[in-house]
Structures are given as C-alpha cells and as structure tokens.
Design a protein around this ligand. Structure first.
Ligand code: ADP
Ligand code: MG
Length: 255
C-alpha cells in the first residue's frame, strides 16, 4: 500500500500533456507528460541544465511553451500564452519559492508577508497581519517580524519566503532548489518547514538535490534527463532500484 493511494486523490491539480519548450534552437522540454494529484508531493531531480527550472517556470506561467497542453487547477495555459486570465489566476493560486529568496529588501518581514494578500486578495491590514503572524509563527520566526531581510540569515529569509507564499493560500506550492543557496547548517530548518507543510497535505512540486528529503517526503520522484522524463516512481524504486542507465549514472554522482 503506497502513500499515494492513502493520502492523495481526485482530479489532477497539474496536468501536462506532451509539453514542448524551446529556447531558440534549444529544445529544452520534450513531450513532458505529468499529472500531480491534490496532496501529492512530487520531487524532481536531474543534472544541471536538464530543464527542471524551465518545467517549474512553465507551470506557473513564468515561461511560455510552444506545444502541448498545460492545465493548472482547472486553468488551461495556452502555447505561446501571453497574459491571459488563466495566467493571472494561476499566479494567485500557485505559490513559489526560489533558490534566491527574492524578498523585498525595503520592506520588513511582516510587510513582505502582508503585501500580496492586501494588494492582490484585497485583505484589510488587520486580517493580513493576523495571518502573517500565524504563518511566521508556523515557520519559527515570529520574533523576526519587524526586522528587514538583510538582518536575517539565509535560512530565516527562506522561511520568510515560504510564509509569504503561504499567505496567498495557494492550492499548489512550487519549489526550485530552495536550499541550494543556503549554508549547510541552515538547510535543515528550511527542509523541516517544507516537511511540515507536506505532512499537512499541501500539494508540492519540488526541485531539489536533497536526496534524503526526496526519499523521506516524496510520494513520487521524477528524474529529468536532457529535457525528458527519463524515469519516475516511488522514492524506494528510484533510489534503490533505478531501471534506466542515466538515472543510475546521475544517482552515482549525487548519492
Ligand atoms: P536546470 O534547472 O535543470 O538546471 P534549466 O531549466 O535552468 O535547467 O535549463 C535548461 C536548459 O535551458 C539549459 O541548457 C539552459 O542553458 C537553457 N536555458 C534556461 N533558461 C534559458 C533562457 N532564458 N534562454 C535560453 N536558454 C535558457
Ligand atoms: Mg534550475
């Protein structure tokens, strides 16, 4: 009995059907088929340059793609899609945490977290502050609310970035190497916050090189090789019994 059947289900929240993406003559994503069901935690692994970030960025409309179908929470994104209504909706329903924290440097931690809910969702300040304080508490930095990003460690900044994304009450969270820019001693605190979020049932798509996290938290691991999904399966299978040669070679380099 695997985790997927017990914990997840329903219509996919993300569905890609034969998605292709080119940067000029470079074919970066090749016939990507992918479904993520509500509550599922999918970890994407693969070598540098294999297309992981591009895939994540297509899913929240930061990059356009040229062929295929991509539906996020019922919103269809079109090939060559420009600023459509679906795109606007996706931006408010999907949370994203990047390698670089991308906090607003001139705003306090609290204001970083309240900004989008007030501007985009129209929350009043009192409600937005209440939510922000609860989320900062949840990621363990309630006491830093009135500091500015540069006064925090990298691990603290990344937890603020997580709280900021959660403040929009996303239906889906995307992570692109959220711990890659952190000093080693700060990686654990960010992974802990992500693990907790996964345990609470958040649907998550995570690009990471943290194989321990992938093994422990993922319902499914996807290995991307040269723009293609070369292999996917439960973490036990991918890590302990990979079938494909590129997967074996990649894992022998990183494990
Ligand atoms: P990964 O995240 O797996 O390291 P990326 O998705 O960032 O890989 O990149 C995949 C490929 O696309 C790489 O060859 C990269 O150089 C190229 N690429 C990424 N972004 C751009 C861009 N904006 N313009 C041109 N090429 C790009
Ligand atoms: Mg990347």
């Amino acid at each position: 009995m695997n985790a997927q059947t017990s914990k997840t289900g329903g219509d996919p929240i993300v569905r890609l059907d034969k998605v292709n993406k080119h940067f000029g003559s470079l074919h970066v994503l090749k016939d990507i088929d992918l479904e993520v069901t509500p509550g599922e935690v999918v970890v994407i692994i693969g070598a540098s340059g294999s297309g992981k970030s591009t895939l994540i960025r297509c899913i929240n409309g930061l990059e356009e793609f040229q062929q295929g179908e991509l539906v996020v929470d019922g919103n269809p994104l079109k090939p060559h899609g420009k600023a459509t209504q679906a795109l606007q909706k996706i931006r408010t329903e999907v949370g994203m945490v990047f390698q670089q924290f991308n906090l607003f440097p001139h705003l306090s931690v609290l204001d970083n977290v309240t900004l989008a809910p007030m501007r985009v969702r129209g929350l009043n300040r009192a409600t937005a502050v209440e939510t922000a304080e609860r989320l900062l508490e949840r990621v363990g930095i309630a006491d830093q609310a009135h500091k500015y990003p540069t006064q925090l460690s990298g691990g603290q900044q990344q937890r603020v970035a997580l709280a900021r994304a959660l403040a929009m009450e996303p239906r889906l969270m995307l992570f692109d190497e959220p711990t890659s820019a952190l000093d080693p001693e700060m990686i654990g605190e960010v992974l802990d916050a992500m693990r907790e979020l996964a345990n609470e049932g958040m649907t998550m798509l995570v690009v990471t090189h943290e194989m321990g996290f992938a093994r422990e938290v993922a319902d499914r691991v996807i290995f991307i090789h040269k723009g293609e999904i070369a292999e996917e399966g439960p973490p036990e299978t991918i890590f302990d019994a990979p079938r494909e040669e590129p997967t074996r070679q990649f894992l022998s380099r990183v494990l």
